[in-house]
Design a binder for this molecule. Structure first.
Ligand SMILES: Nc1nc2c(c(=O)[nH]1)N[C@H]1C(S)=C(S)[C@@H](COP(=O)(O)O)O[C@H]1N2
Ligand SMILES: [Mo]
Length: 326
């Protein structure tokens, strides 16, 4: 392909080119097992100046599958997705994670699934990558602070993992625990949150096909700052429900208390469904600023009920008072 100067290439074009390359690789490399991260290599194809973690063969064949879950909006450029982050284990500024998260070691990695299950187990990353077919899902991530991004994630439904452990009838909720290693995560030495980072979902929310375990974005391995090597994406809930760098999944009988609930229960409810009609005490939820889409004067976009997924998830909350259960 002809070379264009970076200013001539939109993130979408770069992304399309990369996808084509990945597809060609996948087609030509039939039978090749999972390769290790290939490091810098991906950079060569791109107009980006951001250092990327690289490709992974397991992500290359990802297909879009979940119908009705694709967001038509313009994709947020990779550079913004990987440089404007909330990951308090690496600091509280949006720019901290991209600068500090190089100390996170996403390999080797394993998660344990425990609690109210018939088959408690530990799953290594290599096994997790093969556990279900990789899918690409374009989801909007809406932070409660009032900004959003549109990100092409790569992963598969969390339900594929949970089913393996055979939850029993007492499993009413699922608790997610992130890594909290002060050697890798300088932020956990501060008491800004109660570590480890804990989040929770009701079992039917966790088993909903839209709930994604993501291993990559833009067809590549997750950057550390986005929650490598695996993180949750619950697209109809505020971003903080989507725990990063998960090491434990616990099936429990009682509603778990999240780190954010512990820090300010009046601001961060258990449900935290995106809802333009229920404001956060400090931030309006009626509209959002799309990161990477113009400057401060670009009009905000209206926020949609359940972040646009009302048709898919609305019935999970039938009859519930969403002002009380915020
Ligand atoms: N472990 C952990 N997970 C986390 C957070 C965090 O601080 N620690 N921040 C949350 C918040 S507030 C948001 S908005 C999203 C941001 O995800 P992104 O940086 O990939 O856009 O991650 C969520 N997951
Ligand atoms: Mo957030």
């Amino acid at each position: 392909m002809a070379h264009a100067t970076p200013s001539e290439i939109t993130p979408q074009q770069v992304y399309q080119q990369r996808r084509d390359v990945l597809r060609q690789m996948a087609a030509g490399a039939a039978g090749v097992t999972l390769s290790a991260w290939t490091g810098q290599e991906a950079l060569a194809q791109s107009a980006s100046v951001v250092k990327r973690p690289g490709k992974l063969a397991a992500l290359a064949g990802a297909r879009s599958t979940v119908s009705g879950a694709q967001v038509a909006d313009k994709l947020t450029p990779y550079e913004d997705v990987s440089s404007y982050n909330n990951f308090y284990e690496f600091g509280t500024d949006k720019s901290d994670p991209a600068q500090a998260a190089h100390t996170l070691k996403p390999r080797p990695w394993a998660i344990s699934i425990e609690g109210e299950v018939g088959k408690p187990q530990k799953l290594g990353l290599e096994d997790l990558l093969k556990l279900a077919p990789m899918e690409e899902r374009i989801y909007r991530l809406r932070c409660v602070e009032g900004w959003s991004m549109v990100i092409p994630w790569v992963g598969y439904s969390l339900s594929s993992i949970i089913k393996r452990a055979e939850p029993n009838s007492r499993a009413k909720y699922v608790e997610f625990v992130s890594l909290a290693d002060p050697k890798q995560m300088p932020g956990v030495r501060s008491s800004v949150l109660d570590w480890p980072y804990v989040e929770g979902l009701r079992i039917d929310e966790a088993m909903h096909p839209l709930t994604l375990m993501a291993f990559g974005l833009y067809g590549e391995v997750l950057p550390n700052q986005n929650g490598a090597p695996l993180r949750l994406v619950v697209p109809w809930k505020y971003g903080f429900k989507s725990a990063k760098s998960i090491v434990k999944i616990r099936l429990v009988e009682k509603q778990p208390k999240s780190s954010w609930e512990k820090s300010a229960a009046s601001e961060y409810g258990f449900y935290s469904n995106v809802n333009p009609k229920v404001d956060h005490p400090r931030w309006s939820q009626s509209s959002e600023r799309r990161i990477g889409d113009g400057g401060l004067f670009t009009p905000r976009k209206p926020t949609l009920m359940f972040n646009g997924y009302e048709a898919q998830v609305g019935q999970l909350y039938a009859g519930m008072d969403l002002k009380k259960n915020y």
